[in-house]
Every structure is written in structure tokens, then in C-alpha cells.
Write a protein that binds this ligand. Structure first.
Ligand code: C5P
Length: 404
């Protein structure tokens, strides 16, 4: 899969740097040539000798190393790669990337190139959540930089939450997804998926029965056609697709922020079952049982699909879903116009259909020029067929017309 690919691996300074050693092995096993660049802080965590021994290559470390400049200038170093992988990417390294700094070899390489960049962040959960890091990540996404991870988990510092660097094989999957040829190669597609959780208080929430199965299958099918996917997901039952840039959210308002940060995109598929309302009077601490009941006040959530559909620089193709229980086609047709999206994938989620939370789906695709009903089939198959239709709509003539 990665035979002959040249990967420049920038290893930043974090405890996750030890995983970069395994990443080098895994990439080389698959045929890639890895040229390592170690930051000054990275070499506090892994030794240059270990990195270079595993990579079977010189390790580059110093911007002002005249020998390197004579052998291979730093500009040449980054331009000769097919992909630059930054793993681990620390908060500091990402801040410098977002600001366009060039104050060491790694940041200079990243600034002096238009080679695609894949970033695997790793940091403490509070650093990850800090508004400065959020801003930097939004900037980098806007610059077209792809992300893999981070995962939730316990950290070397003893805290728990998002910030753990993706495992080497997850990073390899994202690298492979980058190189996958196909009709959607080079396209960035945003997919929302899963339910949202709207808090009532810190321990209770309002949710819905969406498993995330259909959105995940769609993302997987798009990846298989070569697309780069940003997958914004609520707390779903099914694991997110491998090779996607996964952004985990809880509420509809979080989902909107994540979607805005993920744009621009060539297409956006809104498969999430977003709550229409959030609790306006959610408790800051656990609500106590009261005699005589209690009333929750609801406030409307932002309509993410409608908002994106009406952006002046919206994706070329915006696809919404309509889960209906009656008058499916009539309601979904009206919904397409109301939301302003290009297509609506309509389905009947009446309990008798077993579709919500099930493995099969029966959909009608409603476009401006008419509706097309597909037979009931596995959600994976609906996803594959939809992915092909997306490739056709984005104007790639090599996409096959139909998929069985
Ligand atoms: O209005 P309704 O919830 O039926 O619309 C469904 C479509 O709109 C889905 O594509 C869903 O992902 C999207 N949606 C959204 N933001 C909301 C509500 C729905 O993106 N707040």
C-alpha cells in the first residue's frame, strides 16, 4: 500500500514520542521510506540513534547544520516527501505551525512546503481543551492540514480525557487513506454522525436512538473512494471509521462549532441525528428530586445543515438526511427546500421498519430534479451507493455509474 512512498516524519517533544518509533517500523513494513526529523524537545524523549536505526536513515535535527544544507537543503527535504507526518504534534509545535513560525528545522520544513501534512496531536487534556489550542487547530484545518486523533484515555500525567496520541496503526491507517487512489482522491468531505447529548445537569442528558451506523458506513465508503474525511460525531455506539479525522462532540452546539472548524470542504454529509432542542435551564450541579415534579425549559438548537447550506462559500454538495415517520417523501421534499441543501436522503424510521438502530436502510434520494428510491439494503451498501453518487456529483468522470 505504501510501497515507494516518501514520508517525512517530524517527531515533536512529548511522552508519545516513544510511539513514533513503532510508527516508523509500521510505515517501513508497508514499503514507505521514512526520513525522520527530531525536534530539540523530541530528542529529550527518544534518542536520535534509536530513530535513525529504525528509520534506516539519517535523522535531521538542526536548521543550521551546514553539512545537511550542503547535502540536502531544508526546503528540498520537505519538498521531496510525498507526505509529512507530525507525530507527536505538541500544542507548542501546532501553535508555531498555525502562526507560520520558522524557528527550528521542523517548523521551517513545515512552512517551506506545499506537501500535504498529517498531524497526530498529543498533549495534556487541559492543553487540548484550551481556547488557544482550539483556535490553532481551527486555523490548521482551514489551511488544509489533516488530523488523526487524539484519542480519549488516561495520560502519562495522570489525567483522563482527549489528548492521547493515536496508536501507530491508527496513524498508518490515516497515512494509507491519504494515498488511496480513487474518484474522490484529493477531496475533503465532512460527515456528521451519531446522536447528540443535551445535558439536563452534569450527570443526565437527553439523547436519541441513533447508533451512528449509517454515518460511519458513509464515511468508510467515502474513504474507500479516496476522500479525506473529517468525521464529526456525537457519542455513538459504533466505533468511528479508521483513517478519518475524528472530532468527538456531545451537544448540537459543539457539533456546529466542530463543523465550522472543519470547513472548507468539497462536500458535506449530515447524517447526525441532531437534537432540535437543548435544555435552557440545565443545572450546573445535579438536580435534586423535588416533590410535585419539575419543568425543563427548551431552547432551539442551531440547524447545522441549514446554516452550512446557506454559507456563501458552502461545499459544492450538501447532503441532509430526513428521518420521518409519516408522509416521508412529501415531508422530505419540503425539508430539502427549507434547509437549502442539494440532496436529502429520506428514510422511514417508524418503529415497525426496524431502521433506527438496525443494520438495514431503505432510502429515497431527493434532488432538485426528482426523487430516486433505492431498494431496502444493508446500511453499508446504501453508504457505498451514496459514496459513488457523491463522486459523480463532484464531477469525477472515472467514478462508476452504479454499485451493486
Ligand atoms: O430537521 P431535521 O432534524 O429532520 O433534519 C434532519 C437533517 O438536518 C439531518 O441531515 C441532520 O443531520 C440535520 N440537522 C442538523 N442540525 C440540526 C438538526 C438537524 O444538521 N439542529
Amino acid at each position: 500500500m505504501l510501497q515507494g512512498k516518501r514520508i517525512l516524519l517530524v517527531i515533536g517533544g512529548g511522552i508519545a514520542a516513544y510511539k513514533a518509533l513503532d510508527l516508523i517500523r509500521r510505515l517501513r513494513e508497508r514499503g514507505a521510506a521514512v526520513t525522520p526529523v527530531l525536534t530539540a524537545s523530541g530528542s529529550q524523549f527518544v534518542t536520535p540513534l534509536a530513530v535513525s536505526a529504525l528509520a534506516g536513515s539519517k535523522v535531521y535535527r538542526d536548521l543550521f547544520d551546514l553539512t545537511d544544507e550542503a547535502e540536502m537543503g531544508h526546503i528540498q527535504l520537505s519538498r521531496s516527501a510525498d507526505l509529512i507526518v507530525v507525530a507527536p504534534a505538541t500544542a507548542d509545535l501546532m501553535a508555531r505551525m498555525a502562526a507560520g513560525r520558522a524557528d527550528d528545522l521542523a517548523s521551517t520544513l513545515l512552512l517551506a512546503t506545499d506537501t500535504p501534512v498529517l498531524v497526530a496531536p498529543a498533549m495534556n487534556v487541559r492543553m487540548w481543551d484550551h481556547p488557544a489550542t482550539r483556535r490553532n487547530i481551527a486555523t490548521l484545518r482551514g489551511d488544509g492540514i489533516a488530523f488523526v486523533g487524539p484519542n480519549d484515555g488516561s495520560m502519562a500525567c495522570g489525567e483522563y480525557g482527549p489528548g492521547r496520541m493515536s496508536e501507530p496503526l491508527e496513524i498508518v491507517a490515516a497515512v494509507e487513506a491519504h494515498f488511496r487512489a480513487g474518484p474522490l482522491a484529493g477531496k475533503h468531505i465532512l460527515v456528521t454522525s451519531g446522536p447528540t447529548h443535551e445535558p439536563i445537569d452534569p450527570v443526565r442528558y437527553i439523547a436519541n436512538r441513533s447508533s451512528g451506523a449509517q454515518g460511519t458506513a458513509i464515511a468508510r465508503a467515502l474513504i474507500a473512494l479516496g476522500a479525506r474525511i473529517t468525521f464529526v460525531t456525537g457519542p455513538a455506539e459504533v466505533p468511528p471509521p479508521e483513517g478519518a479525522d475524528v472530532v468527538r462532540v456531545q451537544t448540537a452546539r459543539d457539533m456546529l462549532a466542530a463543523v465550522q472548524a472543519a470547513l472548507p470542504a468539497d462536500a458535506a454529509i449530515f447524517a447526525a441525528a441532531v437534537a432540535d432542542w437543548h435544555v435552557a435551564n440545565a443545572g450546573a450541579s445535579k438536580l435534586k428530586k423535588t416533590k410535585g415534579g419539575m419543568a425543563l425549559e427548551f431552547a432551539e438548537n442551531p440547524d447545522i445543515l441549514a446554516m452550512v447550506s446557506h454559507l456563501p462559500d458552502r461545499p459544492a454538495l450538501v447532503v441532509g438526511f430526513a428521518a420521518e415517520t409519516d408522509d416521508v417523501i412529501t415531508n422530505a421534499t419540503a425539508k430539502r427546500l427549507r434547509k437549502g441543501c442539494d440532496w436529502i436522503v429520506a428514510n422511514d424510521v417508524s418503529p415497525a421498519t426496524g431502521i433506527m438502530g438496525g443494520t438495514e436502510n431503505a432510502v429515497t434520494i431527493i434532488r432538485q430534479d426528482g426523487a430516486e428510491t433505492w431498494p431496502r439494503m444493508a446500511k453499508d451498501q446504501v453508504a457505498r451507493r451514496l459514496a459513488v453518487a457523491v463522486a459523480e456529483a463532484l464531477g469525477n468522470p472515472s467514478a462508476p455509474a452504479t454499485v451493486s
